[in-house]
Ligand binder design. Structure first.
Ligand code: GDP
Length: 366
């Protein structure tokens, strides 16, 4: 390389006296480095995350989502090292049937929050779907404004897997996002049914979005999910629908009275809002803040997080134990024969399980 070229740091022609822009985007350089099958060191990931570098954050999340043992090992180290810098956020679960307006609502509330300087991460849980890269793109366009907001970070659900697995990974992603400085985490359920319970087990506040139905207002959402809600917000309170939502509000309020108290000292709230006109959206944030203040003061907030940690520990044990059991070569060898005996009715399922346990545990105790 000639001297002349070496000194020429940018291809851009810049006027004298004006600072020369760097010819490389440092984040892009990191991306390039880490996309070439080349993993960064754990320290580089952790430092990158702590400095709020979203490219590195994204790469670390990809490691969490990877099923390769090598990636998992690094991911666990990154999580361990990020843990001391996590926890400083409010985690909000947002659920509701498809079409209720979750993404419109998240965009409306999210923009208000990022405009105030908050850093918002939006994660999704959808264990049922076999999403492709195409719909990840779809996700981005669902929240167009947030997707280009530098104070927001949108990450779609880890693609398919067991609900437990997806939930555990989402919890780990929350830790990394918090370490990266995101002080508000929204976890949206995309699938309907089981995932609400999983989301509930990882958030501080559980928000249920509803629609004012034509007939029975309580239709469509299981009672158990309503019982978990810290707030029920009836969306689409605009135009001709406004009166209907007001009536629905009273009906939900009456229904909530019949539910047992939650132990948080908080009485679940019912409100109406329009994610489109944004009327009532700010009030939802006020409700969340009131909940946070009350439960931090009475100790419930911290207690619940600790209980969630314990739950994760037990789930991890269960999952690891099953993994180890299933992969054990003696168990593996005997499994088809025992399965066969159970299918033929020669052995009961309990006896079959006992035989396999005996094989497994005898390996350790003999
Ligand atoms: P999601 O499936 O729960 O994420 O729902 P979307 O946010 O994609 O919204 C579904 C449809 O409802 C879209 O056509 C939105 O424009 C519309 N929608 C969302 N919020 C409102 C609202 O407050 N009022 C009205 N009138 N329409 C809304």
């Amino acid at each position: 390389m000639t001297e002349q070229l070496k000194n020429k740091e940018s291809a851009l022609k810049v006027k004298k006296g004006i600072e020369q822009p760097s010819s490389f985007n440092p984040e892009a350089v990191q991306l390039f480095k880490s996309s070439k099958h080349e993993l960064l060191s754990v320290k580089e990931y952790v430092e990158g995350i702590k400095s709020g570098n979203r490219t590195i954050l994204s790469k670390a999340i990809t490691l969490i989502e990877s099923s390769l043992a090598k990636h998992q090992k690094i991911a666990q180290e990154i999580i361990e090292k990020s843990l001391p810098f996590s926890g400083n956020s409010i985690r909000v679960g947002i659920t509701g049937v498809p079409g209720v307006g979750k993404s419109t609502f998240i965009e409306a509330l999210g923009k208000q929050l990022t405009n105030k300087g908050h850093k918002l991460a939006v994660l999704a849980i959808d264990p049922s779907s076999q999403r492709t890269k195409g719909s990840i793109l779809g996700d981005k366009t669902r929240m167009e404004e947030l997707a280009t907001d530098e104070n927001a970070f949108i990450r779609p659900s880890p693609s398919a897997g067991s609900l437990g697995g997806v939930a555990r990974k989402t919890k780990e992603i929350i830790i990394l996002c918090e370490a990266a400085g995101f002080d508000i985490i929204f976890v949206e359920t995309v699938g309907v049914g089981q995932s609400e319970t999983a989301v509930h087990s990882m958030v501080d506040f559980f928000l249920l979005l509803m629609l004012a139905g034509a007939g029975d207002e309580l239709q469509g959402i299981k009672r158990g999910i309503m019982e978990m809600a810290d707030a029920i917000i009836i969306n689409k309170a605009d135009g001709d629908n406004l009166q209907k939502t007001k009536r629905a509000k009273h009906e939900y309020e009456n229904a909530l009275h019949l539910f047992p108290p939650t132990g948080s000292g908080w009485v679940p709230k019912v409100n109406i809002c329009s994610a489109i006109t944004k009327k009532g959206v700010r009030e939802v944030w006020e409700i969340i803040n009131k909940f946070k203040n009350l439960t931090i003061e009475n100790g419930y907030f911290q207690r619940k997080r600790k209980e969630q940690e314990l739950k994760i520990m037990y789930e991890t044990i269960k999952e690891n134990f099953w993994d180890n059991f299933e992969k054990n070569r003696f168990v593996k060898k005997m499994l088809p024969a025992i399965e066969e005996k159970v299918l033929k009715g020669e052995t009961s399922s309990y006896q079959g399980a006992k035989e396999l346990f005996d094989i497994y545990f005898n390996l350790f105790y003999k």
